[in-house]
Design a protein around this ligand. Structure first.
Ligand SMILES: Cc1ncc(COP(=O)(O)O)c(C=O)c1O
Length: 455
């Protein structure tokens, strides 16, 4: 499997470099290998079987591309969404509302109404949000069968502070140690509240650490049910957060290891007494993606070889701003897409943006990189195509998918075209007259009017 992933990636680079699709006007693109993506999804479905109903909801934030989300829907997965926009994407991709889970710490009243009217599962983030849902349930607006509360198990930080959702002061959910009794009360008073949600993520969290959060929430479910004298909590949503190996092509840790860690910590989770939801993002998507960018210039500065490429902060935001937390591999290919050889030398692989820190890799040992070559950045299928950074008006790159068809052929499709320069100019305010921005003439006049100061 490791060699398959590498071989398919190299084949994709070879074909792209010979196709002319990478050129002056489109010097960067992404490719998603659907075979790798399908293998990851089927490993999850195989290893996470439970006697109770299980919904594997891919985290939409990891890959906001409709054709890729559609692929997950066709594979039988659900979808986790965190904004109104992601909810619309999930519906357009073909996920049934009851296979969608809505998490967010900032749902507005209209977000909640829309989700409940659709019948989407919702995990409330806090007690105030539960009260908003109370009002909608009283009104009869809810068609949702699964409604939960997100618990912060407060088990501590992982290796990446900005990604740690289970710290004592995390912005997500209700702190278990802070408010356990209030949480139990919330369930005892609300017959419609039937799910507990936890997500200890993301990347940089050990399997044992994540399993500890699941154990605490499972124990809480048992306590609520014992005190209610009936099965009030029937669903556990154990989130995502399985870390990805960015060092080579091995898919490790595996979903099976993740499940084993939970079974050791909280065997009752898979007893069949709870319907389960998972919300993996990166582990389902990262390994399938590659960024491929042309090398525009190669030069030497201060004794260091520097390759100026078209892969930079616009697509690899986290790597550029936090390189220690998000290191990426770099592979070098010649103009015909053949892997380059030659004595490795230290290189900086720079992106196109106008700031010195726009570097994908620093002091990296690579075969000599020259103008006209291409660099391929593996493991970028998760979050790299959904966190575009529009500094310097750099366009969102095209993303292609390639996958094996039933007749054995490998078929290429476009998942997203490159953002057009005209779209960038329009978004920058080209049409910012009142009519084009949605009839705001009245509001703008109000804003401009004299307002008498209070005495
Ligand atoms: C609530 C929730 N679920 C799932 C995910 C997906 O996490 P990962 O991509 O690490 O699996 C996230 C990521 O931020 C999240 O916030």
């Amino acid at each position: 499997m490791v060699s398959d992933i590498r071989e398919r990636r190299h084949d994709a680079v070879r074909r792209l470099m010979r196709s002319g699709l990478l050129n002056d006007d489109a010097p960067l693109c992404g490719v998603i290998d659907l075979d790798t993506l399908r293998e990851c999804a089927s490993e999850l479905q195989r290893t996470y079987r439970s006697p109770a109903p299980t919904l594997h909801a891919v985290a939409a934030k990891s890959v906001t591309l409709l054709p890729v989300l559609r692929e997950f829907a066709e594979l039988g997965l659900g979808c986790e969404v965190a904004t109104a926009g992601e909810l619309s994407l999930a519906l357009r991709a073909g996920f049934a509302p009851e296979h969608i889970v809505f998490d967010s710490p900032a749902k507005t009243r209209s977000d909640l109404r829309r989700a409940l009217e659709l019948g989407v599962a919702v995990n409330a983030d806090n007690f105030d949000e539960l009260e908003r849902i109370d009002a909608l349930v009283r009104e009869g607006a809810s068609r949702s069968a699964v409604l939960g509360l997100r618990i912060n198990p407060q088990t501590g930080a992982g290796e990446i502070g900005a990604m740690s959702t289970a710290t004592r002061h995390s912005k997500f959910g209700v702190g278990l140690a802070d408010d356990r009794e209030r949480v139990v009360g919330a369930y005892l008073h609300r017959p419609w509240l039937n799910q507990l949600h936890v997500h200890s993520g993301s990347q940089g969290i050990s399997l044992e650490h994540a399993a500890q959060g699941v154990r605490l929430v499972w124990e809480l479910a048992e306590e609520i049910n014992a005190r209610a004298g009936e099965r009030r909590v029937t669903h556990l949503d154990i989130g995502g957060g399985l870390p990805v190996n960015f060092a080579d092509d091995r898919i490790t840790p595996s979903f099976a290891e993740h499940r084993e860690a939970i079974e050791r910590a909280a065997p009752g989770v898979f007893s069949g007494r709870y319907a389960l939801t998972t919300e993996f993002g990166r582990a389902l998507t990262a390994k399938s993606g590659t960024l491929i960018g042309l090398v525009e210039y190669a030069k030497q500065t201060g004794g260091r070889r520097i390759a100026i490429t078209h892969v930079g902060v616009q697509v690899a935001t986290r790597t550029v701003f936090a390189p220690e937390s998000w290191p990426l591999r770099v592979e070098v290919f010649d103009a015909l897409g053949e892997p380059k050889s030659g004595d490795p030398a230290p290189h900086d692989i720079a992106g196109p943006a106008c700031f010195a820190g726009d570097l994908i890799a620093q002091n990296r040992l690579l075969p000599p990189v020259e103008a006209g070559d291409a660099v391929a950045i593996p493991d970028t299928g998760g979050y790299y195509f959904s966190t575009h950074y529009s500094y310097n008006a750099l366009p969102r790159p095209a993303v292609y998918t390639v996958g094996t068809e039933s007749d054995g052929s490998r078929r290429w499709r476009i998942a997203r075209r490159q953002q057009r320069v005209d779209d960038i100019v329009a978004d920058a305010g080209l049409h910012a007259d009142a009519d084009a921005v949605g009839g705001l003439a009245h509001e703008l006049a109000e804003l401009s009017a004299d307002v008498p100061r209070e005495a």
